[in-house]
Write a protein that binds this ligand. Structure first.
Ligand code: SAM
Length: 279
């Protein structure tokens, strides 16, 4: 009988954010796979849990992943935690989930803290449609390709970034999205110095030069706004109105219908119709 992999989200700053179900899963698992065992040990001590820990991080994930899978296939349950937030979101957990899924091992994700979603919800940007872009590469070519692919992106974009790279990232974003693009810099979420700076890319860059960035950041960048609809020529509006009135519509109904057909504000059509009548 195979065991199970549990994805256990952990607080992104405030230890009070650990849920009862997460604590219970950590206490009941046969072992915990942690990105940094020292970080996880602090959390376990806080919760009064003693448990066998194995490390699973970017540079040992290939070897450790197989070992962890082997133990699960023997029937053990593993709780996977990252340093903070939801495992598998911009951390090596992604690979372990794939490995387990391919081996037919059941994977259970427990909902909980995630820096991206916490930032989006507090950003005051549009939340109806969004895309998660993770960290931009530091390698010039893939970084440029990534940003270039987002030039026309209309959805709100969420990025992770380290404080010492923030200034360069803002500079690059300005080249691709323009200095006027709104951004919410969500800093130190759930911590003592939590701060949300709602500004533009240009404003954020200027601020960086005055106050050196410190702490953890999520960048929530507005998508490309819809281009304003081009205003049709007054003559086209008048022609549309006249044709509707010839079909028997009253002037009032023709104005309403023209506004609807040409996607214009009713008062703009009314003004054109009035001007036309007085000439
Ligand atoms: N898997 C985690 C999650 O989704 O919550 C994120 C892991 S990723 C390696 C770490 C990045 O998340 C940081 O560099 C930062 O961009 C963001 N982050 C984590 N905690 C944060 C916090 N308290 N406030 C703002 N950003 C945070």
């Amino acid at each position: 009988m195979s065991g199970m992999l549990y994805l256990v989200p952990t607080p992104i700053g405030n230890l009070g954010d650990i849920s009862q179900r997460c604590a219970q899963t950590l206490a009941q698992a046969d072992f915990i796979a942690a990105e940094d065992t020292r970080v996880t040990l602090k959390l376990l001590n806080h919760l009064g849990i003693k448990k066998s820990l194995v490390s699973y991080y970017e540079h040992n994930k290939a070897v450790q992943g197989e070992k962890i899978l082997g133990r699960i296939l023997e029937g053990q349950t593993c709780a996977l935690v990252s340093d903070a937030g939801s495992p598998a979101i911009s951390d090596p957990g992604e690979d372990l989930v794939r490995l387990c899924a391919q081996a037919g091992v059941p994977v259970c994700a427990i909902p909980g803290p995630c820096a991206a979603v916490t930032a989006l919800s507090i950003s005051a940007q549009a939340t109806g449609r969004f895309c998660f872009e993770g960290f931009l590469s530091t390698a010039g070519k893939s970084r440029r390709e990534h940003l270039d692919s987002l030039r026309e992106e209309k959805r709100t974009m969420i990025f992770y970034e380290a404080p010492h790279k923030l200034e360069a990232t803002l500079q690059d974003m300005i080249s691709y999205f323009g200095a006027d693009r709104p951004i919410s810099l969500c800093r130190e979420l759930t911590k003592l110095h939590e701060e949300v700076i709602r500004t533009t890319l240009g404003g954020a860059l200027e601020r960086c030069s005055q106050i050196p960035p410190k702490g953890e950041y999520v960048l929530v960048v507005a998508g490309l706004p819809d281009a304003p609809a081009a205003m049709p020529e007054a003559a086209d509006v008048t022609a549309h109105l006249s044709s509707l009135m010839e079909q028997g519509l009253s002037r009032k109904d023709a104005i309403r219908q023209t506004a609807k057909d040409l996607k214009l504000p009713k008062n703009a059509v009314y003004e054109i119709a009035t001007k036309e009548a007085s000439e």
